[in-house]
Structures are given as C-alpha cells and as structure tokens.
Design a protein around this ligand. Structure first.
Ligand SMILES: Nc1ncnc2c1ncn2[C@@H]1O[C@H](COP(=O)(O)OP(=O)(O)O)[C@@H](O)[C@H]1O
Ligand SMILES: O=P(O)(O)OC[C@H]1O[C@](O)(COP(=O)(O)O)[C@@H](O)[C@@H]1O
Length: 301
C-alpha cells in the first residue's frame, strides 16, 4: 500500500485577479477551492491514475472537515488524525500572477497526535511506499521526517520525500528512494543559482553523495531532470501547452513518477510519467486525469 503523509493539509483558494495591485482593493474574476497539501495532491493524482493510496496526516476545524469530505468524495482513502484545537489552513494562490501564493502556518500538532501518527506508521510493512511531502506546522522540529525514517529503518519501505531546506537535507542519511526538489529549492540548499542542466546534474549529484538514491529535479515550464542511483541522467523539456494552474504540478510529478515506477521498475518510463503528470496538471484547472497524462506521455520523445 502507498501511504502519503501531509503534516499540514490545506484548502487551496485559487483566485484570478487580472491586474493585482499591492495596497489596493483587488477583485477576483474567478475563484476555485481544492483540497491541497503535497501528500494529499500526490494521493489525488495517484487515484486519478488508478493507483490506491491512503492519505495520512493531521486536520483540524471546519477546514479540516472539508478537506476530508472533498477527498472522500473523490474516492481517496483517508486516515487523518483530527487535532483538538485550531484549524487547518487555507492557502491563497493568485492564478493571474502565477507562482504568487500565501501559505499559512497551520495548526499546532500535539505530542499525543504526533505519537498516534508514529504508531500508525509503525504498522507499515516491507513493500509499502511512504511519501512524506510538504512543510510542517510551526512547533515541530526540522528533524521530524528524519525521525520517521529512522523509526522505519530496515523495514524495506520505499520512501519518497518532497520537502525543502533542512527538512529535506536531514533525511538524506536514511537514503530515501526519491526526492524531488525544484531547481530553486536545489539552488537554495547550496546557495547557488541553478540555471543550466550541467548545474542540475552537479547539485543533484551532491544530494546523492549525501544519501539520496534518485533525485528528480523539476524546473517548472522548463521541464525536469532525473539523476538515478545507477548514475543515468535524463532530462526533458516540458511538453508544449497552455499554463492554466500550476498549483500541484510538482506533487503530480511525484505521483506520476511513482505510478510509472511501480508499474514498470523502469526509470525512463517513471520519469516520463512524472513529467507528463506534472505538465498535465499545469495545463488544467484541476489535477491531471489519467487521460490527460497519457495524452502528453505519447507526445514525449
Ligand atoms: N508552465 C508549465 N508548463 C509546462 N509544464 C509545467 C509548467 N509548470 C510546471 N510544469 C510541469 O510540472 C512539473 C513540476 O513543476 P514545478 O513547478 O517545477 O514543481 P513545484 O510545483 O514542485 O515547484 C515540471 O517539471 C513540468 O513537467
Ligand atoms: O506544504 P507547503 O510547502 O506549505 O505547500 C503547500 C502547498 O503546496 C501545494 O501542495 C502545491 O504544491 P506544488 O505546486 O509544489 O505541487 C498546495 O496544494 C499547497 O497549498
């Protein structure tokens, strides 16, 4: 079974504000609401691709209830821990200024709730897949993903981590199967600007030296690259299409890669499925459907 963990789920409130002006009253021309948070998006795209998973993590308040309701409506399995206080976050995304977003901090996770998640994760068995994705609410240490992987060490679980900064770097000693920084996040780790493929390869290699097995680097509209544990380096430009909503493109890429890997054990296929799923989500209002992913896959070299 695949388990995704989202410590900090959200409702993504995506608004179109044609000419956003700071310091002024701005008005929207469209609004949509989707369940969000990185692990949740991975679960939803896996579901669209016909791959079952269970979404774990923490929810709180009426926003948390709505996140669960929307996921269940989509047919996703959920087993969130409800927090006693606070409210899950609402993240605001400005569609017309792509990439501009305000992501909230999220509710406080109690020690008791955290221990309950740990106990759930203790049940994972050989062959299971664990996806740890997204930021963590304030108050939790940047070692939390590392602590989880430490607890599961030796169980032969396929682990995927999509996180930034120390949260990501701290897990590398546990040899995650896959990490997926985007090129900005990769650059921030080493305090460099990643602006060409040579640098992608060099700095992805440095994360491998620190312990990552496979490093998938997404580059938005410029495509993506994969440095595998065998030392193969693949890179592809993004397929052509009209950008509609890039929220969740990175998470879709993780889901596409996983689905492709699990069905074939072939890195080239998994990589192409990742790019296709990322771009198919970027080209649609909602997260990518299977048909949209496969249509782009066919066009890739
Ligand atoms: N503007 C775009 N046009 C085409 N594909 C895109 C675009 N933005 C994202 N994608 C696809 O989604 C993948 C992940 O996007 P990216 O923005 O790099 O991830 P993240 O959301 O994690 O920063 C890219 O590698 C690409 O395949
Ligand atoms: O956990 P973080 O880093 O705050 O990010 C959460 C946000 O990222 C998303 O998961 C989208 O991520 P990507 O665009 O990187 O795929 C949103 O659904 C959510 O609002």
């Amino acid at each position: 079974m695949i388990y995704t963990v989202t410590f900090n789920p959200s409702l993504d409130y995506i608004v179109e504000v044609p000419s956003f002006q700071m310091g002024m009253t701005n008005r929207t021309t469209s609004e949509s609401i989707f369940p969000g948070g990185k692990g949740i998006n991975v679960s939803m795209v896996l579901q669209n691709l016909g791959v079952e998973s269970t979404a774990l993590g923490f929810t709180a308040g009426f926003v948390g209830d709505e996140i669960c309701r929307l996921l269940q409506e989509k047919g996703c399995h959920t087993a969130f821990k409800t927090l006693p206080e606070g409210c899950s976050r609402i993240n605001v995304k400005l569609k017309s200024a792509d990439g501009t977003e305000i992501n909230a901090r999220g509710p406080v996770i109690t020690e008791e709730a955290l221990e309950q998640l740990m106990q759930k994760l203790d049940m994972l068995e050989k062959g299971d897949v664990l996806v740890l994705a997204g930021s963590i609410p304030t108050g939790l240490p940047a070692t939390i993903y590392q602590d989880i992987l430490h607890r599961l060490a030796g169980k032969e679980i396929l682990t995927v981590v999509d996180a930034t900064g120390n949260l990501l770097c701290n897990v590398l000693e546990h040899h995650p199967f896959l990490i997926k920084p985007n090129h900005h996040e990769l650059g921030e780790i080493f305090d460099v600007t990643i602006d060409d493929m040579e640098k992608v390869k060099i700095y992805a290699g440095k994360l491998q030296e620190q312990g990552a097995r496979n490093v998938l680097v997404s580059m938005g509209g410029k495509g993506a690259a994969l440095l595998t544990e065998k030392g193969d380096f693949y890179h592809l430009p993004a397929p052509e299409g009209k950008l509609v909503n890039s929220v969740g493109a990175g998470d879709s890429m993780v889901a596409g890669f996983l689905a492709g890997w699990l069905e074939s054990g072939d890195y080239a296929h998994a990589f192409k499925m990742g790019i296709s799923a990322g771009s198919a989500s970027a080209f649609s209002e909602n997260l990518a459907t299977k048909e949209e992913v496969l249509a782009l896959y066919k066009k890739l070299k």
